[in-house]
Design a protein around this ligand. Structure first.
Ligand SMILES: Cc1cc2nc3c(=O)[nH]c(=O)nc-3n(C[C@H](O)[C@H](O)[C@H](O)COP(=O)(O)OP(=O)(O)OC[C@H]3O[C@@H](n4cnc5c(N)ncnc54)[C@H](O)[C@@H]3O)c2cc1C
Length: 430
């Protein structure tokens, strides 16, 4: 509509005079919309996200006010704006209630403990600076203690607000500590960037258990879809840098799932490339824990982890299942290597299915020939009787239905495409 009005205004032979509330609000509203679109351009938004966010909110408010001033005051055009505002208000209220509930404020009010029940920072930790690192990129391990146990699915994230680091800022982070149960401790692994995260890093200590006076923290979430990793047989997980933080909970869930016979995974391969050795330090304890659990997998599931880094001085083998390489990730080769056993298995399955189909056809053909033979024999017997030669030959022939055990129920197709359940009972005749 804005583009259409602008084009008409330019093409119109009548001069546009910027006078009166209606016209000024039209220009202001239209300009806000254009600015919102331009500022949302990814390279711009990426460079200065906080400024983008504040401007976005301000321009959106200006747009709404301009639209209200521009359109006639009758109900019909205004209703569209009211509906939009209504939806926004409902969503905002729902989110606010969720935030308040999630952070235990209701419990706090009703139990008279007020702010004592809010989530708080449990720890803000970073490793000491390594010899070959300037400590500038040391990841932050940020622990939140929640008043209420929270069910987090692997790979989900929360939006965190810490008042002392920025009143108007929330930042999303994946929950790296996935336990499979309801949890009251949420661990985040955070990369120090330029803004909020850098300020957070400056507070972090290389001593465990310190909170550095950060005190209360609020968060919304968990957000994000839960990925059904347990439904797949072959999993190829690729991460670079901090992407590993989102993969670790999924890997843990897979290992738990296979051990509990809830996941179908036959083969899991994780490849991770990183340059930041400080990040390696933060991730290795979690990786080791997953590998410790994975020892119980036995031959049920093949798990291999390959780490690639050109920066790591100490190359070593984490375990039987995890190797560290000093090269860049050979992504295509790694992917092809994973596809090969899948293809081989698929081919094997196809061949087996073909053999089974051939055998079935043979057996059915043989059965048909036997029945034909019997019928012919019976006919010969009848002809003999008609001719006065009584013979009992036909009675000696085994009836075809004596050989067939019938399925009592029809095969059931289960949710799992690889499983077929039949309730098979031999017939009474056998
Ligand atoms: C769903 C999701 C999960 C994430 N999980 C993790 C994680 O587990 N660990 C981790 O280290 N990082 C994670 N990030 C990235 C993290 O949110 C940003 O690095 C962080 O918000 C940067 O804050 P800053 O003020 O220091 O950023 P700046 O230095 O100002 O900007 C650095 C980059 O972060 C982006 N950014 C800044 N603020 C936000 C914001 N509020 N929301 C989204 N992006 C923003 C900017 O566009 C820019 O590209 C995640 C991001 C998303 C969207």
């Amino acid at each position: 509509m804005v583009i259409f009005h602008a084009v008409v205004m330019v093409l119109s032979p009548r001069r546009f005079i910027l006078r009166g509330v209606k016209r000024i609000s039209a220009v202001v509203g239209g300009s806000s919309l254009v600015l919102i679109t331009l500022l949302s351009w990814y390279p711009l938004r990426r460079r200065c996200y906080e400024i983008f966010l504040r401007l976005h909110h301000t321009l959106a408010a200006v747009l709404v006010v301009s639209a209200l001033l521009h359109v006639p005051s009758e109900l019909v055009p205004r209703i569209y704006i009211y509906v939009g505002l209504g939806i926004y208000a409902i969503t905002l209220t729902a989110e606010a209630l969720l935030l308040v509930r999630r952070n235990g404020v209701f419990i706090g009010i009703f139990t008279n403990t007020r702010w004592g029940r809010l989530p708080r920072v449990g720890e803000i930790f970073k490793y000491p600076v390594r010899d070959n690192s300037d400590g500038y990129k040391n990841p932050i391990q940020f622990m939140i203690h929640c008043p209420e146990p929270l069910q987090i699915d692997a790979g989900q994230y929360i939006n965190v607000w810490v008042g002392s680091l920025g009143i108007m800022q929330t930042h999303p982070f994946v929950v790296a500590s996935w336990t499979g149960n309801q949890q009251t401790k949420l661990m985040l692994i955070i990369e120090p960037r330029r803004g909020w995260t850098k300020r957070l890093q400056s507070k972090a200590m290389d001593v465990s258990g310190q909170t550095m006076g950060l005190g209360r923290v609020l968060f919304t979430g968990p957000h994000g879809a839960s990925i059904p990793v347990g439904d797949y047989e072959y999993l190829f997980m690729v991460a670079s840098g901090y992407g590993i933080v989102a993969q670790l909970p999924l890997l843990e869930r897979l290992v738990h799932g296979v051990l509990a016979r809830e996941a179908r995974a036959l083969r899991i391969r994780l490849v991770w490339e990183f340059e930041d050795t400080d990040l390696y330090d933060a991730v290795v304890p979690i990786l080791n824990w997953v590998l410790y659990e994975a020892q119980k997998l036995g031959k049920n599931c093949a798990l291999t982890i390959s780490l690639y880094s050109t920066q790591l001085v100490l190359l070593n083998k984490l375990s039987q299942r995890a190797m560290v390489y000093d090269t860049h990730i050979p992504l295509k080769g790694a992917f092809d290597a994973e596809i090969a056993p899948m293809d081989a298995r698929k081919m094997g399955e196809n061949e087996a299915a073909q053999r089974a189909a051939e055998k079935r056809a043979q057996e059915i053909g043989r059965g048909r020939e036997e029945i034909m033979e019997e019928i012919m024999k019976k006919r010969v017997g009848k002809v003999g009787r008609w001719q006065g030669n009584i013979t009992n030959e036909a009675q000696d022939v085994q009836q075809p239905d004596e050989k067939i055990d019938e399925l009592e129920t029809l095969p059931l197709c289960t949710k799992s495409p690889r499983m077929l359940i039949t309730d098979y009972q031999p017939s009474d005749k056998n």
